[in-house]
Design a binder for this molecule. Structure first.
Ligand code: NAD
Length: 486
């Protein structure tokens, strides 16, 4: 089976921060791959706009290197002919987000009749000034849309301010707040599995689901991002956006249709139904130095830092569907492995006809997001052989590679899908302003709680599953975290 690629309408894209790390590693390689796939046609113009002095040829050389290293990381070589064609689409403008330099040139090269996307791949303090200058230079018309990277604020007040500033120049339907987790193939498959099949939805509630676990574990530490990270921490950097978005997709009611506002309305209702987190519902941690690797304090060069590099929490959703089913969420750095998954753990069968020796068996639906995407359903079967009735759990593998063939199982990167959605004008996988604010309101209250209690984070071993207290968070409910395993 070969998936159909439908070219998007002609468009022009300006990447503010076009020489930055995100543009180099993700945005530009994603555009190249969509071009190779035939989704972007050759009359598209992609303009890098950043502070660095450079001409268009210099930018093409920069982008060629970016594509080569991104393709190499995937075990591929760039196709020389396609790459040469792609590079012809590129231009570069030296620009100052806070001043007037470069804006006349950008404005002069603008094709107003085109769909135009402006990607804000710059530090958040530039988001407002960029929106304002796009307006001042007549570029914020109805054909324009903006893509805003994370972090979207650092609390409710700053997110509100930013929403207000952006709303001064753009309508909500022109603002694409990106969360790349939502662009993952498997995350969308989660919606297809839930709402496209009769099988799961009748069981998708507190009557049948014991609990849900969401884990986003990273193996590396804060690395070169220490300065930013120490002002944010795991709650702001990961929980408020990525994990809460996954929670919403798992927990939301079926929208009436797969339409941006219908989906986002349902996600918002989930956030609004979350109970406030109590002191005993949150565990924070900070990794210690180990095996010659620096600890958190050394990495962020702040010996007094009380910022968390790990957070685990128990969330409750007070609505008819989920009352009584807890959601356990955890994320952290320097953990055992880089592994992200959602596990829907179903309740025990009400009565075991096979006796105690058969053991306790549970169905678990696992949605794996990283490093390999896929969905697995654990089912209980009889252990093969002539012995007695002994039960084992085996995975019913739904990675689809065999059914779809390797070509279709080679999913596009999240950025490829999301950038194409921006051009198609489809906001389903982007966060709406009110959703972001509601998520901040919930996490702000928890952050205020630990600040008021003066609770420092607990320490944990590099390569572990986080602080012991995070394990206790589930053990005291008679439950266990799943092993962090790639
Ligand atoms: P970076 O520091 O590598 O790049 C910053 C870019 O901004 C450069 O191109 C620089 O020239 C440009 N810039 C700086 N000052 C400017 C000015 N006054 N006028 C115009 N351009 C200016 O940053 P990055 O890692 O690419 O991150 C960009 C954004 O994406 C940030 O908001 C970050 O939080 C977000 N983000 C990054 C990643 C990542 O993996 N790098 C992941 C998720 C989100």
């Amino acid at each position: 089976m070969v998936s159909r690629v439908i070219p998007v309408d002609p468009f022009d894209l300006v990447i503010f921060g076009g020489t930055g790390d995100l543009a180099r590693r993700k945005i530009l390689p994603a555009l190249y791959r969509r071009f190779c796939a035939g989704q972007i046609e050759a009359d598209v113009q992609i303009t890098g706009a950043a502070r660095r002095e450079m001409d268009a040829d210099g930018y093409r050389a920069f982008v060629a290197e970016a594509i080569a290293s991104a393709e190499m990381a995937e075990g591929r070589r760039p196709d020389t002919a396609s790459q040469a064609e792609f590079l012809k689409m590129l231009d570069y403008v030296t620009i100052d987000a806070l001043g007037e330099a470069g804006w006349d040139r950008l404005s002069a090269g603008t094709r107003n009749e085109r769909i135009r996307a402006y990607y804000f791949s710059v530090a958040p303090r530039f988001f407002g000034p960029l929106a304002e200058r796009l307006h001042l230079y007549g570029l914020a018309d109805a054909s324009a849309r903006i893509v805003v990277e994370k972090p979207f604020g650092r609390d409710l007040a700053s997110a509100r301010d930013l929403n207000r500033v952006l709303a001064g120049y753009f309508n909500e339907c022109q603002i694409y707040r990106i969360d790349h987790y939502l662009g993952k193939e498997t995350v969308q498959n989660l919606m297809a599995i839930r709402f496209g099949n009769m099988l799961f939805e009748p069981l998708w509630n507190s009557q049948y689901v014991d609990h849900i676990q969401i884990t986003v574990a990273e193996e590396h530490g804060v690395g070169g991002r220490g300065d930013y990270y120490d002002r944010a921490g795991a709650m702001r950097d990961m929980m408020q956006n990525h994990l809460m978005q996954l929670l919403c997709l798992i927990a939301m009611e079926p929208p009436a249709k797969f339409d941006p506002d219908a989906v986002r309305d349902e996600k918002l209702k989930v956030i609004r139904a979350l109970d406030p987190l109590g002191a005993g519902d949150v565990v924070r941690g900070q990794y210690r130095a180990a095996e010659g690797r620096p600890g958190y304090h050394e990495e962020v060069e702040n010996p007094d830092s009380t910022t968390e590099s790990f957070v685990a929490l128990k969330a409750r959703i007070s609505n008819w569907r989920w009352a009584g089913t807890p959601f356990y969420l955890r994320t952290g750095k320097r953990l055992r492995e880089r592994a992200s998954e959602i596990a829907v753990v179903f309740k025990d069968a009400p009565h075991s006809i096979f006796g105690d020796d058969a053991g306790r068996h549970r169905n678990i639906l696992t949605i794996k997001l990283q490093p390999n995407e896929g969905i697995e359903l654990g089912v209980t079967i009889k252990e093969p052989g002539p012995g007695g009735m002994r039960l084992i759990d085996v995975p019913l593998d739904m990675t689809f590679a065999e059914a779809l063939g390797p070509q279709d199982a080679d999913f596009p990167d999240a950025y490829e899908r999301l950038i194409m959605d921006v051009i198609r004008g489809n906001q389903t996988l982007f966060m709406r302003g009110d959703e972001v604010e509601a998520a901040w309101a919930w996490t702000d209250a928890a952050i205020r709680g630990w600040e008021e209690r003066g609770e420092p984070p607990l320490t944990y071993e590099t390569g572990s599953s986080g602080p012991q207290e995070a394990l206790t968070l589930m053990l005291r409910d008679g439950r266990r975290w799943r092993e962090i395993k790639a």
